[in-house]
Design a protein around this ligand. Structure first.
Ligand code: SF4
Length: 206
């Protein structure tokens, strides 16, 4: 990333954040009520290929506090990223770990970290992108939702969107670029997040 493209992206994000602050929670709640949603507790969003939950560092800490696990027992870097000339793999986020293709925290009875689950899980299937309400496929869509539940979802969605933009801005401001190199096996992994760089050697985080 060049210095000018980084500055341009930061400026775009700042504009998006400013616009996001003006989103009306009331309008959002009305739209959610029109669409309708009631969780069917089917667990489909927690299982299989499509389950991939990005988490911010503050969310990881909340989960660790709740379940008493270590950082790398709960989250991992995604597979997509780039290598530097020293063979280190660089990536830009953390995801909840998976086991047997499902979220590690899913069990037949539901979510084992329910009170500490991240924004994505709390607001599924809705999200905001470029200021617009969007939703993923979900069998709970179209089911009646009460005005109170729609209002709570709207508050959470706006909070999530503002947080995503602020986290992206912090990530970019902390990001130190590197010279790209060819793919390499088994090297160190560097995760860039809103708090800076985290290096993983084998199974340890530094
Ligand atoms: S954290 Fe909980 S709600 Fe989120 S995907 Fe995992 S099991 Fe499902």
């Amino acid at each position: 990333m060049t210095v000018s493209s980084k500055e341009d992206t930061i400026a775009d994000l700042e504009r998006e954040l400013q616009a996001a602050c003006g989103i009306s929670v009331g309008d959002l709640a009305s739209r959610i009520e029109e669409i309708g949603f009631q969780c069917q507790a089917c667990g489909e969003c927690c299982r299989g290929e499509d389950n991939s939950v990005a988490v911010f560092p503050f969310e990881v800490r909340r989960i660790l506090e709740f379940c008493g696990k270590e950082w790398l027992e709960a989250v991992e870097p995604p597979q997509d990223g780039e290598w530097d000339r020293q063979g280190r793999f660089h990536t830009l986020e953390w995801r909840l770990k998976k086991e047997g293709g499902d979220c590690k925290f899913y069990c037949e009875q539901g979510c084992r970290i329910y009170p500490a689950r991240p924004f994505i899980c709390r607001t599924y299937p809705f999200y905001l992108a470029e200021g617009r309400l969007r939703f993923s496929q979900c069998r709970g869509l179209g089911k009646a939702i009460s005005p109170q539940e729609a209002a709570s979802m709207a508050v959470l969605l706006k909070d999530r969107y503002l947080t995503e933009l602020k986290e992206a801005l912090s990530l970019l401001r902390n990001f130190r670029d590197f010279e790209r190199g060819p793919p390499a096996e088994g090297g160190e992994c560097v995760v860039h997040d809103s708090e800076g760089e985290h290096r993983i050697f084998g199974r340890h985080l530094f």
